[in-house]
Design a binder for this molecule. Structure first.
Ligand code: AMP
Ligand code: MN
Ligand code: MN
Ligand code: MN
Length: 290
């Protein structure tokens, strides 16, 4: 990996170990074929796919960082923290992720009960058909099933109609604490990054609290270029990165072909005035044999 600013790094993606549709091997092949030069697999609350991803990435000549995306509850909202470049066998991290995964199945049962109250029977069984990892049943799996049965044309309309706060399939859930998630990542030698900050519906003061507490806990990065961010979001978040002294990350948040704005590696570059996270992670890269 060359230490160049314009590296085609894609540091946010999902496999069937969480709510992506592809196996780690297919994902590695896709990212390599797309011209990505540094890849991270960041499954939700799960690192079980990393060993397979690493083997496949190296077979394809693709450099990789370990990764995960931890679900956190902060000020009444769910916030995602991406971890990059950690030791994947660190006991506190492994335990913390297992605890964060726990409770998803009970939540899914409650979600199904909520959907049944509006006449949608069999939602749990439906969602489970799409699950690659039963510990990781997520709203995305419900969304794919509701599209399958013709209830909505695509997954984002399912979220708008059923799965966001206040809607029939939404269930309040207590995820990890911000300080714990950042601590598990940094304690394992990794770098913590706030995922897709423009997606949260925080007031300016709550957003300020998130960023300052994140930095106090040792968080060092923020996602600037990602599928959930339009051009105006990129500009605004670039300003936040500078204000809080954070390194900038870039990741498609790829889940499945055609499901989001960006396919692997096909994103704008980071604004030139920012320092990319990968400059602080060179010593953590799993380098492909050349
Ligand atoms: P969960 O962890 O079960 O709450 O599910 C969160 C996942 O749902 C995210 O990681 C996204 O993959 C997906 N998601 C969240 N909001 C939307 C949306 N508006 N449209 C499509 N997918 C979404
Ligand atoms: Mn997801
Ligand atoms: Mn996310
Ligand atoms: Mn994600």
């Amino acid at each position: 990996m060359a230490a160049v600013h314009l590296l085609n790094a894609d540091l946010h993606s999902h496999s069937r170990f969480s709510d992506g549709t592809l196996e780690p091997e297919a994902l590695a092949a896709r990212f390599a074929a797309a011209g990505v030069e540094l890849w991270a697999l960041t499954d939700h609350d799960e690192i079980g796919g990393l060993a397979r991803a690493r083997a496949a990435a190296h077979a394809a000549g693709l450099d990789m960082l370990s990764g995960c995306e931890i679900s956190v509850s902060f000020a009444g909202e769910t916030v995602h923290i991406v971890g990059l470049g950690f030791d994947a066998d660190d006991p506190a991290l492994v335990e913390g992720l297992a605890a964060t995964r726990g409770g998803r199945l009970a939540r899914a049962r409650e979600m199904a009960a909520g959907l049944e109250r509006v006449g949608l029977k069999g939602a749990l069984e439906g969602a489970l058909k799409y699950v690659g990892n039963p510990e990781l049943v997520s709203r995305t799996h419900f969304a794919r099933w509701l599209v399958e049965i013709g209830q909505c044309p695509d997954t984002s309309s399912v979220f708008r109609r059923y799965l966001k706060e206040g809607l029939p399939g939404y269930v309040e859930h207590r995820w990890a604490k911000l300080g714990d998630a950042v601590g598990w990542i940094t304690g394992a030698g990794g770098l913590a990054v706030i995922a897709h900050p423009a997606r949260y519906r925080f007031s300016p003061s709550a957003e300020y609290a998130l960023l300052s507490e994140f930095v106090e806990h040792g968080g060092r990065g923020i996602e600037v270029v990602t599928s959930a961010h339009g051009a105006a979001d990129v500009e605004r978040v670039a300003g936040l990165a500078q204000e809080f002294g954070l390194l900038a990350s870039r990741g498609s948040d790829f889940h499945s072909p055609g499901e989001s704005r960006f396919e692997p590696g096909e994103m704008p570059d980071l604004p030139g005035r920012l320092t990319p996270v990968w400059e602080a992670l060179e010593h953590r890269v799993w380098r492909a044999p050349r």
